[in-house]
Design a protein around this ligand. Sequence first.
Ligand SMILES: [Zn+2]
Length: 140
Amino acid sequence: MSNFRLSKTSLLRLKQCHPQLCIVVTRAIQICGIDFMVGCGIRTIEEQRANVEKGVSKTLASKHLPQADGMSHAVDLWPWVNGRIPWEDWPAFEEIAKAMLTAADELGVNLRWGGDWNRNGRSDDERFLDGPHFELVGAL
Ligand SMILES: [Zn+2]
């Protein structure tokens, strides 16, 4: 168990995420070797369009958008190390992914990491590596 806890901001950003995503994130923070925060949960189509224009997102079919159940099926997690987000530190994102995927396996949740799109599916996916991004896959 680590001493890390989700901040109020992180909990707020998790609010409109699918419960399966919430339980995985809640478990992951307990077993993760580094601290992290929830950077983004649900997104409006306007926000997503702006992200695509900026080049930080590549699709308008993002799982951050409200899905059929009205919730986000994706979450972005940002490492929090020494009071900042180390964007250039890929191993930090991997560390979070390790905790997230372990938690997902424990809880029987089918989860895909943006840093490894090939896990759980679509090897034809040509989206860029998206270290902070996690999404639910398959039937829920
Ligand atoms: Zn994302």
